[in-house]
Write a protein that binds this ligand. Sequence first.
Ligand code: ATP
Ligand code: MG
Length: 141
Amino acid sequence: MERTFVMIKPDGVRRGLTADILAIFLRKGYRLLGLKLMRISRELAERHYAEHQGKAFFEPLLAFMTGGPVVAMVLAGTDAIATVRTLMGATDPAKAQPGTIRSMFATAVTENVVHGSASPEDAEREIALFFAPGELLAGPA
Ligand code: ATP
Ligand code: MG
């Protein structure tokens, strides 16, 4: 079992997609260890996306991510990091496989509805950025 950090981005929350996206992950069978609706500060957005600092899309990305509430969650399951990324689809919705969340719900790379950790290191770093240990259920036994 593995933990991953997932976020429904401001466009997904604003468009009323929270329940649909959550249902996809829960029906798949991941265990929900933490869940919250929150506004993210510029500082948190900068730290979360630190790998993209200096890129042309960095400032617009920060403006987008701080522009409305997000739904942050921690999911656990077998190979959760990779399988969540597969369910999400490619970064650019135009290139996402049919049936994936980004293919079904998004049309622009800049507003692609959902985030998922890319590696075990990213997952633990991102979980710690968004959740205090006491806000999470214990990991799967
Ligand atoms: P995320 O980290 O949000 O799950 P990702 O891992 O699929 O997405 P990254 O390469 O980490 O993709 O990019 C982070 C986000 O920055 C993307 O989700 C997208 O919204 C935005 N982004 C990435 N590349 C571009 C680009 N070329 N032009 C505009 N926005 C981009
Ligand atoms: Mg990424």
